[in-house]
Design a binder for this molecule. Sequence first.
Ligand code: MG
Length: 294
Amino acid sequence: MRVTARGADICAKTESTLVAGDPGRGVEATSAATPGLRDCIYGQAVGDALGVPYEFRARGSFACTGMTGHGTHDQPAGTWSDDTSMALAICDSYRELGRIDTDDIRMRFRRWYEEGAYTVDGLFDVGGTCARAIREGRGMAGGRDNGNGSLMRTLPLAFTPATDDEVRAVSAVTHAHPLSCGLCVELVHVARRLMASASPTEAAGEYARLRERPRHEVRSGGFVRDTFEAALWCLLTTSSYEECVLAAVNLGDDTDTTAAVAGGLAGIAYGEATIPVGWLAVLCGRDVIEGCLF
Ligand SMILES: [Mg+2]
């Protein structure tokens, strides 16, 4: 148990660990962000934060009904994790350079990993493949390197002109196996169709059949294909942002990542305005998020 006085109210008002170099970016900043990007990023961050307290918990052993704190990582309510941090690193790179630059993205991932850049209050959740790839400066391409660590951060690329090859290259900064790279491309395609006002079913394309999958057959661990399919299942079988992310968290296991991906998609589909205000009110690190939008 932490002894520092941390809680939802404190967290929401605390200056977060902001990337160096632009002290002018504060919580009051309003960004004329690319249409849909705010919907996606806030959708992802809120989903991530909803799932953080329950990560690794077995399905059925808990019931998430809203934003709570502590739990698995003992973080204040509203704290988002590596999924959103790495997505923000990609956002910030594109914001600054106006192009997809994997060397720059790798450098920002390293600043996240080594310095806690793009976090609410430091690192507490780092995937093994991401850590190894960042330390060694090369993406991992083994068959066992197909965790969801690149999928969880890939949605911002839907708001750039990134080609499929560029989406694969950004995945390959840490996750270089064709399966991980390919599912990142698929996710970007789904997101772009949602942005073009496709319904979830239309946007899911060939994956719309996932709607028929019974819940007990939806896997929600850390394998990239499981996360991709679970997130789409949540989007396809619910009809609001709130329902979608709660469905994702309550699948259990990799709760924050499933809800981050599902939440990003649901954010695009339903809009930031549909995210429950009580959840947004306790979301931590809004200054960090605002500073990275493009
Ligand atoms: Mg996480």
